[in-house]
Write a protein that binds this ligand. Sequence first.
Ligand SMILES: [Zn+2]
Ligand SMILES: [Zn+2]
Ligand SMILES: [Zn+2]
Length: 331
Amino acid sequence: MPQLRQNIITGDWVVIAPERAKRPADYNISPLPPKMDKSNCPFCEGTKGYKENQKVLRASSEHIYVINNKFPAFVESGKKASVRSYYPEKGFYRAREAIGDHDVIIVKDHETSLPHFSKSLMAEMIEVFCDRYNAMKKEPGVVSIMPIYNHRPEAGASIAHPHAQIFASGIVANTVGKEMSGAERYFGINGACVFCDIIAHELKEKVRVVAKNDDFLSASFYAARFPMETWIYPLDHCSQFEDMHKSNINNLADVLMETIERMSRAIPHLPLNFYIHTLPTTHKSSSSYHWHLEITPRLANYGGYELGSGVIIDIMSPEDAAEYLRKPTKS
Ligand SMILES: [Zn+2]
Ligand SMILES: [Zn+2]
Ligand SMILES: [Zn+2]
């Protein structure tokens, strides 16, 4: 019998309908065709594209360099941006300039891919996220910043050379805004952070736990929208991702890579995204909001019902998913 489950943070419903589920071994995802030649790759050292990119170099570290996106979704204002909405279409529809910033975080090694990143490379990437986050925070008009990673074209990666992105915008992301108001409501009723309560509950129940270390928990999400959707939470309450210390960064890299490795061992060549939800820069800190990282494997596309209703049908139970991930070689 399918089960309706509610996201305790936002109130959104999903349907968990595992009757139609395949086992991980039944997913047959083809490996990607070989990447374009290094000499044509826009992100590879020595090419024409690389030389262009170096003109907009934002930051660089041992294995990573950062450029401004060539086709940014959000653009720096150059001057102090207006924060009020305006009404360009006969005073009816609301629109405003897409002020903000958009960086591409490029791993120098053309040959590697996300599931094969070393933990130290991932730690370096997270450190770059934090540095760029803190720089973007000071830019005029920036309200929220989101580091993301797309792995494989099915998950939106248009260039095969491994890279992450950071979006900085003048609006609070729809998802984060919804989580913030839900978390505030929960705090008002229960006097506690909903994420801290989720962590305590998951550690007690254990069925959805995927991995854990001194600072972080990785667990299947109870109201998952995607097969094997997994969230990573800092164990101690913290609303801002950019406040992490070096030791936290290493532990986040450990738990993130362990989760991704387990995912791609359970289902080889699994396409996925991950992204970080953290408090908008308009807030100093929050007792009700708790930053976290969401990993969304992309095995299924949304159909008409999902788009029409906003109610997502997930065909893998989160408890089964956690079991597959804990024992990735058996399926
Ligand atoms: Zn390349
Ligand atoms: Zn918390
Ligand atoms: Zn979230």
